[in-house]
Ligand binder design. Structure first.
Ligand code: NCD
Length: 326
């Protein structure tokens, strides 16, 4: 595998390998000098055609911790606004000598096109494409979940997977690349997944996905969950009315204070709450839930740097001809 474009085609062994290497990378982040020489002299271009805070900063920090040179490109302020095509942008990167490209794009499939079209030779990492996939987000979520699950089970996290873990993903599944990438990866790692959403925010065809679907958040939580992942309502991708009002959405589908209290009253299960960010506080998640000890929101951000270091390291420094390199 030369690129990281999706989790749907990521083998279990490769996923575990990324998570294990990310553990070593996380240790680098705790040192006084947070740097490894692994990618010295290599140039990584962060190509962002869509807005981003966490993902862009995290990829930049990851590349810098590996001593790579980083060029940040955002479509706003570039020649893209003058009508330049993806092909011409890619060929410009090739001419500059990019050794790796991290791309976020509003169109599903843009990273795969970049990887397959032969416009550049460098490995391509999908940092979120339309409503399709966001593989490094799923990997950092899996890293966060694995740390928790290993503690609950009393086992070493290194080399372990998520067998038996019950993960509930709640909200705007229809527009969420995070939900899709998570579902494929969580299944590969052995977790049981339940999707909870209003019927209007579930894609046609979700019934065939390898998960349980529920329309009742309280019943799903009462049945017992090890982790609840709340999704942002993707207003920028919603071109229709999918629910009557944000107030109603929040009451029925949001992780509010009452649901937090109900979880706290449940004995014996250390349920954690994830959110990929950015959060709409008071809409899909209350401030009390987002800031509670159960919340892993900031831990996810820190883990994102380690996981992206592992991905860049494996794609750019391992020999692609050798079996076992990603
Ligand atoms: C997600 C994204 O951009 O897909 N955020 C992220 O990468 N941290 C989710 C979102 O925007 O809701």
């Amino acid at each position: 595998m030369r690129h990281l474009l999706s989790t749907a085609d990521l083998a279990r062994a490769d996923a575990i390998r990324i998570l294990d290497i990310a553990e070593d990378m996380a240790a680098v982040g705790t040192r006084e000098v947070k740097k490894l020489p692994a990618l010295r002299g290599r140039t990584i271009v962060n190509l962002f055609f869509e807005d981003s805070t966490r993902t862009r900063i995290s990829f930049e920090a990851a590349a810098k911790r590996l001593s790579a040179d980083v060029i940040n490109f955002s479509a706003k302020g570039s020649s893209v606004s003058k009508g330049e095509s993806l092909k011409d942008t890619a060929q410009t990167l090739k001419a500059i000598g990019a050794d790796g490209v991290v791309i976020r794009h509003g169109s599903s499939g843009a990273p795969a096109r970049l990887a397959a079209a032969g416009w550049i030779d460098a490995p391509v990492v999908n940092a979120g494409d339309g409503t399709h996939e966001h593989p490094t987000q799923a990997l950092l979520d899996a890293f966060t979940l694995r740390n928790h699950w290993a503690k609950v089970q009393g086992v070493e996290s290194t080399g372990s997977d998520l067998t038996g873990m019950r993960v509930v993903i709640v909200g705007d599944i229809l527009h969420s690349r995070v939900a899709r990438s998570n579902l494929w990866l969580l299944r590969t790692l052995g977790a049981e997944v339940t999707l909870v959403a209003p019927p209007t925010l579930l894609p046609v065809g979700a019934a065939a996905w390898p998960c349980t679907i529920s329309y009742d958040l309280d019943a799903t939580l009462a049945a017992g969950a090890d982790a609840v992942m709340m999704l942002r309502l993707q207003a920028e991708r919603q071109h229709a009315s999918f629910f009557p009002s944000t107030r109603e959405y929040s009451r029925i589908w949001g992780f509010d204070d009452a649901r937090l209290a109900a979880l706290d009253a449940q004995p014996g299960r250390e349920t954690i709450i994830l959110h990929p960010g950015p959060m709409n506080r008071g809409l899909e998640i209350s401030s009390a839930a987002a800031d509670s000890p159960r919340s892993t929101v900031l831990e996810q951000v820190s883990n994102g740097v380690a996981v992206r270091m592992a991905v860049l390291y494996l794609l750019l420094s391992a020999d692609p001809q050798q079996p076992g390199s990603l």
